[in-house]
Design a protein around this ligand. Structure first.
Ligand code: ADP
Ligand code: MG
Length: 182
């Protein structure tokens, strides 16, 4: 049993995953687990895709690299996909959403190649990440939140922080029995 929950923060590139994860980690003391960073640092890839300007991820290697840390609990997992993680690892899935024009501006500012930019906009418009979450996890653990403005982000962080507090109340370390028995 984990002492702290694992939360996946997912969504199309540019929706605000990293910003949310960093703020949440600061506020709650849970660990921001940047899957991108693990892919890079631990070489969980089969090389660099020049056209898309991204790593070609080796999912088996990545799962192996993440397993011990995630099993411990208390990870805020920052990744633009979520079908990778087994259901038993995940307590909450936050799918961030953003308006198309806002996403366009954010990806343009990142100087994404035109094809990559367009594909990511299409993915957001067609709810690809939300659908992926629904295909992979129980709908009761999925929450869809908008991330167009800093006010929305503040309110999202408040909500997730409150959810974590409640999770800890519902999942006390001794299973809720004073004498530690089941
Ligand atoms: P992701 O990790 O999903 O790719 P980032 O967290 O890097 O996204 O955010 C992309 C850009 O959008 C950053 O410049 C960030 O400051 C900005 N941003 C993210 N979320 C918001 C928000 N809710 N309101 C305003 N700007 C945001
Ligand atoms: Mg990011």
């Amino acid at each position: 049993m984990r002492a702290n929950p694992n939360i996946v923060v997912t969504g199309t590139p540019g929706v605000g995953k990293t910003t949310h994860c960093e703020t949440l980690a600061e506020r709650t003391g849970l660990r921001h687990l940047s899957v991108n960073q693990v892919v890079k640092d631990k070489g969980c890839h089969e090389g660099w895709d020049e056209e898309y300007q991204s790593w070609i991820v080796d999912e088996d290697k990545l799962l192996d690299a993440l397993e011990d840390e995630v099993a411990e609990g208390g990870c805020i997992i920052d990744w633009h996909a979520c079908d990778l993680f087994p259901e038993r690892w995940v307590d909450l899935v936050v799918v961030l959403r953003v308006d198309t024009s806002t996403l366009y501006d954010r990806l343009k500012a990142r100087k994404y190649p035109e094809k990559k930019l367009q594909e990511n906009l299409d993915s957001e418009i067609m709810d690809v990440l939300l659908q992926e979450a629904r295909d992979s996890y129980d709908e009761n653990i999925i929450v869809e939140l908008t991330s167009n403005t800093t006010d929305e982000m503040d309110s999202n962080v408040d909500r997730v922080e409150a959810w974590i507090k409640q999770w800890k109340k519902d999942n006390p370390p001794d299973g809720g029995n004073d004498d530690g028995t089941i």
